[in-house]
Design a binder for this molecule. Sequence first.
Ligand code: NDP
Length: 251
Amino acid sequence: MSNLTGKTALVTGASRGIGRAIAQRLASDGARVAIHYGSNESAARETIEAIQAAGGAAFPVRADLAVASGVDTLFDTLTAHLDGAPLDILVNNAAIMTYEATLDEATPEQFERLFAINARAPFFILQRALPVLPDGGRVVNISSGVTWFAIPQTVYAMTKGALNAMTRSAANTLGARGITVNTVSPGITDTEMNAWLHETDEASSGIAAITALDRVGRSPDIADVVAFLASDDARWVTGQTLEVNGGLYLG
Ligand code: NDP
C-alpha cells in the first residue's frame, strides 16, 4: 500500500461504481479525496461516510459535466477546499454509456451528451487543473477496452478513443514537469453501468467464459491499479494504457 499522506486527489464520478472504489482506495492510502458527482447526492454521501468510517478524509464536489459550465462549478468548489494546496492526483472517471446510441440509431443529442461528459469534461478538467497540479503530479484517465474490441455503441467507443489520444498527448506535454498521465481501461466490471449483468443467469457466466481469470471484474480490481499509477512506484510510467480486465478475449 502506497503512502499518499498529505496529498489531495480529485476523482470524478466517485459517488458510485469504479469511481467510488478508486476514491476509497486513494483515501485508504492517505490522500484527502474530492468526491465529485453529477446528481446522486445520497450516493456521494455514502462514499464519504465509508471513507470517514475507515479513518480517511473526503469532501463532496457536485457538478453536472454534461453542461460546459460544469467544469467551472467543479473548480469553484474544489478551489475553496484546496485553499492554496496543490491537487496532486486527478482521476478522470465520470462517464455515461448510452446503450441506444448505436451506429444506426444514435441521435445528434446523444452524440453531444456522450462527448460532453466522456471527452470534453476530462479535457477541460485537466486544463483547469494544470495550474494546481504540482511537478510530479498524477493524472489517470479511465477509458475502456471498447477502444480495441467492437461494440454496437459506436459513439461511446469513440469518446473513449478520444480519451486515449488525450492521455498520450498530455503525457508528452506534461512530462517535463514530472507529471505522469496514464489510461486505465477496465474490462466488463460489475457496476450500475452494467445492470444487464444481473438481468439473466447467463450474463455473468457468459462474461466469465470469455475472461481468462474466469469472472466478471469488480470495482476494486480497477481501483488498485489506479492507486499504483498514483503512487511513487509508477513514477517512470507515462503515456500508457493499462488494460485491467482479467484477460478478456485472450482467446
Ligand atoms: P457508473 O455508472 O457506476 O457511475 C458513473 C459515475 O459518473 C457516477 O458517479 C455519476 O454520478 C457520474 N456521472 C454520470 N453522469 C454525469 C454527469 N452528467 N456529470 C457528472 N458526473 C456524472 O459507472 P462505472 O463505475 O461503471 O464507470 C466508471 C468509469 O469506468 C467510466 O469512465 C466508464 O466509462 C468506465 N468503464 C466502465 C466499465 C464497466 O464495465 N463498468 C468498463 C469500461 C470502462 P452520479 O452518481 O451523480 O450520477
